[in-house]
Ligand binder design. Structure first.
Ligand code: DAH
Length: 337
C-alpha cells in the first residue's frame, strides 16, 4: 500500500490542469465518494496494526496534497480571468449609439450664432414670481395681457409660479445692474395649454436682450437678419409686422420667407409664403426704469423665439408632441452625439 500511495502522490504533485473541466475531473477522481482517496481510507482497516501510524500519516499527506493541488489550480484559473491575458487595452470601445435631441441641436446652433456677435448666455429660474414674469415687464395687475399666457401658479400668496416666457431672465439680468447688456437666454417655459400637434404645456424659448447707448431699431433688424441668414441660409427673406408686447415699444413680429416652399406657398406657411418665427421690439422705457436703468442714456432691443417652432421649420416636423415622446425612431434621425 505504501508504494501505491507514493506513486499516487507523485502523480498528484505532477498534475497540471489544462482547463477548469480537467481540474474538476481530477477532483472527482480523487476526492469524490467513490474516488481514489476514500477507497484507500476504506482499505486502511486491512493495514497491519504496527504499520497503521505510518500509513495513516501517508494517507493524510496524500489527501492534503490533492486538496492543495485543487485549490492552487483553481486560483490559477481565477486569476487568469480578467487578467492582462484576456484584457486588450487597444480594443476599440463599444459603438456609441446616442443622438442629439433636435431641440438641443437647434438651441446650440442659435446660441453659437449670437455668441459670435458677442452675446453671452444668461440663465434664470424656472420657478419664478409675479414680479419677474409680469410686473417688471410692464404687465399691469389684472391687465388682460396676462391672459395671453396661461400661467401655472404654485402659490397665489406669496406668489410662486412657473415662468411662462424667458423674458423673466431679462429682468434678472437687468437687476444685476451691469451695463452694457448683451445676452441670450435659452430656457424651458410652461403654459397651461391643452397638448396638441401645435401646442404643449412645456416648451423652450430663447430670449435676447441688448442694452447700450444708441441702440436702435436698425440694430435690431440687422442682428435678426444676420441670424436668419446664418441659421436658415443665405437669401432667406425677412419681414417685420407691427405687434404688441407690454415690455417693448415699438413691438414687432418677424416672419421669414417659408423655407419649405421657398416662398411659393405650401401647407406649412398656409399658402402665404411667410412663417412667423419671433417677437421683438425696443425695450419700453418703463422696464428700464423699473430696473434702475436711465432711459435717457440707454436704449435696448429684445426678442424672443420658440425653439420648437424653429426646429419644426428646420426639420419639417409637423407635430410638436414628437419632441417630448422620446420615440427612438424619431430621435435616431438626428446628428449623432
Ligand atoms: N415673451 C414673448 C412671448 O413669450 C416673446 C417676446 C416678444 C420676447 C417680444 C421678447 C420680445 O423679448 O421683445 O410670447
Amino acid at each position: 500500500m505504501k508504494e501505491k500511495i507514493e506513486q499516487i502522490l507523485g502523480e498528484v504533485k505532477a498534475f497540471n490542469a489544462e482547463s477548469k473541466d480537467a481540474l474538476e475531473a481530477f477532483r472527482i477522481t480523487y476526492l469524490s465518494k467513490k474516488g481514489v482517496i476514500p477507497a484507500l481510507f476504506a482499505d486502511f482497516k486491512n493495514v497491519a496494526p504496527e504499520l497503521r501510524k505510518e500509513m495513516g500519516m501517508k494517507l493524510n499527506e496524500l489527501k492534503n496534497a490533492v486538496q492543495e493541488k485543487v485549490e492552487e489550480q483553481l486560483q490559477k484559473f481565477e486569476s487568469q480571468h480578467g487578467s492582462e491575458a484576456d484584457f486588450d487595452m487597444s480594443m476599440p470601445a463599444n459603438e456609441m449609439k446616442g443622438a442629439r435631441h433636435p431641440l438641443s441641436i437647434v438651441r446650440r446652433d442659435i446660441n453659437e450664432i449670437f455668441e459670435h456677435l458677442g452675446f453671452t448666455i444668461a440663465d434664470g429660474p424656472e420657478v419664478e414670481d409675479d414680479f419677474h414674469v409680469f410686473s417688471a415687464l410692464n404687465f399691469p395687475p389684472d391687465h388682460p395681457a396676462r391672459d395671453m399666457q396661461d400661467t401655472f401658479f404654485i402659490h397665489k400668496a406669496p406668489d410662486v409660479l412657473l415662468r411662462t416666457h424667458t423674458s423673466s431672465i431679462q429682468v434678472r439680468v437687468m437687476e444685476q445692474g451691469k451695463l452694457p447688456i448683451r445676452i441670450i437666454a435659452p430656457g424651458r417655459v410652461f403654459r397651461n395649454e391643452a397638448i396638441s400637434a401645435r401646442a404643449h404645456c412645456i416648451f423652450h424659448q430663447i430670449e435676447g436682450l441688448y442694452i447700450d447707448e444708441n441702440v436702435s431699431f436698425a440694430d435690431l433688424k440687422q442682428t435678426l437678419y444676420h441670424f436668419v441668414q446664418e441659421f436658415f441660409g443665405e437669401g432667406t427673406k425677412v419681414r417685420f409686422r407691427p405687434s404688441y408686447f407690454p415690455f417693448t415699444e415699438t413691438s414687432a413680429e418677424m416672419d421669414i420667407s417659408c423655407n419649405i416652399c421657398g416662398g411659393k406657398g405650401c401647407n406649412i406657411c398656409k399658402h402665404t409664403g411667410w412663417v412667423e418665427i419671433l417677437g421683438c421690439g425696443m425695450c419700453d422705457p418703463n422696464i428700464l426704469i423699473s430696473s434702475g436703468i436711465d432711459p435717457e442714456k440707454y436704449t435696448g432691443f429684445a426678442f424672443g423665439m420658440g425653439v420648437e417652432r424653429i426646429a419644426m421649420l428646420k426639420y419639417q416636423i409637423n407635430d410638436l408632441r414628437l419632441f417630448f415622446e422620446n420615440d427612438l425612431r424619431f430621435l435616431e434621425q438626428f446628428e449623432l452625439a
